[in-house]
Design a protein around this ligand. Structure first.
Ligand code: AMZ
Length: 277
């Protein structure tokens, strides 16, 4: 496994994500242009298949393939260094549902993979990391039980990310079926100094809508905390990726789903664009 230039790596070769404080980081990178970022191709799993939803609605799923491992391999062949996996049924059920598909992906690929959806307790976190995931993503439990997230981040440095999915700035949980009264920024701030590897910030109204990411909200969140932020939702062109890269915040990466499946973004080009400085 290779180390990525946007992050620090520990001896295992896994990303450590020890990002300096935003101010210093932005200043340092602006001298030579925007910092390198990681492109995370998304594989969302519903009933064992690769799908994309429209704004998180399970009834508005487009099925892109029945073989998640083959899909993962094709992303890896195109040059991605990470995979972003979501167990959609798991996010609704509160426990892993598409574990067989995830395991098939892990067996078929040799890049880092992060997984969210239904990971709600320490035993599940540990089990997934044992099975070779580089990082687990905790969403609902970050709202319901932030102490568990902090405990996990301490136990598994660099391997615990928080998924913050927001609708009009307010955090949504349980497969986005429920909107809470906590803002994305307030939730993110709870994990400052907890050793969380990254925050994956999704703007729900952009997700699967192909209307561009919420650059301003993503940059504002990234500038409000020192935790590395990965942008998600709405990326539909290379220009969208350029906008995130030049957002004025040091983002660690961007997730792309539907645009890759629709052929609107060429994965190799996107990886190269985000890597360039
Ligand atoms: O699209 C959805 N309805 C959806 C989705 N993509 N609901 C949840 N999720 C993802 C989150 C995060 O990665 O973006 O599931 C994860 C959170 O799951 P949980 O079970 O921890 O809340």
């Amino acid at each position: 496994m290779r180390c990525h230039s946007a992050v620090n790596c520990d001896v295992t070769g896994h990303a450590g994500f020890a990002k300096p404080r935003p101010g210093r980081y932005v200043q340092a990178t602006l001298v030579n242009g925007a910092a390198a970022m990681i492109l995370y191709p998304a594989i969302d799993l519903k009933d064992g298949a690769c799908v994309r939803l429209y704004k998180g609605d399970m009834d508005k799923a487009t099925v892109f393939g029945e073989d998640p491992a083959a899909q993962a391999r094709s992303f890896v062949d195109a040059g991605c260094e990470w995979l972003h996996l979501v167990d959609l049924n798991g996010a609704f059920a509160g426990k892993p549902v598409n574990a067989a598909a995830v395991e098939a992906i892990l067996a078929a690929t040799n890049v880092h993979a992060q997984l969210g959806g239904g990971i709600r307790d320490m035993a599940t976190i540990e089990a997934w990391l044992d099975r070779g995931l580089a990082r687990v993503i905790l969403g609902t439990v970050a709202v319901r039980d932030p102490a568990l997230v902090k405990q996990a981040a301490k136990a598994f440095p660099g391997k615990v990310a928080v998924g913050i999915d927001a609708r009009d700035g307010m955090v949504a949980v349980e497969g986005w079926a429920e909107t809470t009264d906590i803002t994305a920024t307030d939730l993110a701030r709870q994990f400052e100094d907890a050793g969380v590897a990254a925050i994956i910030y999704t703007d729900i109204d952009r997700d699967g809508a192909m209307q561009g990411p919420n650059v301003a909200a993503t940059a504002a969140l990234a500038n409000a905390v020192s935790i590395p932020v990965i942008a998600s939702g709405g990326v539909s062109s290379l220009d969208d990726l350029r906008a995130l890269k030049n957002s004025g915040a040091a983002l660690d990466g961007a997730i792309s789903g539907r645009a890759l499946y629709d052929g609107k973004i060429d994965l190799a080009e996107a990886v190269a664009l985000l890597k360039s400085q």
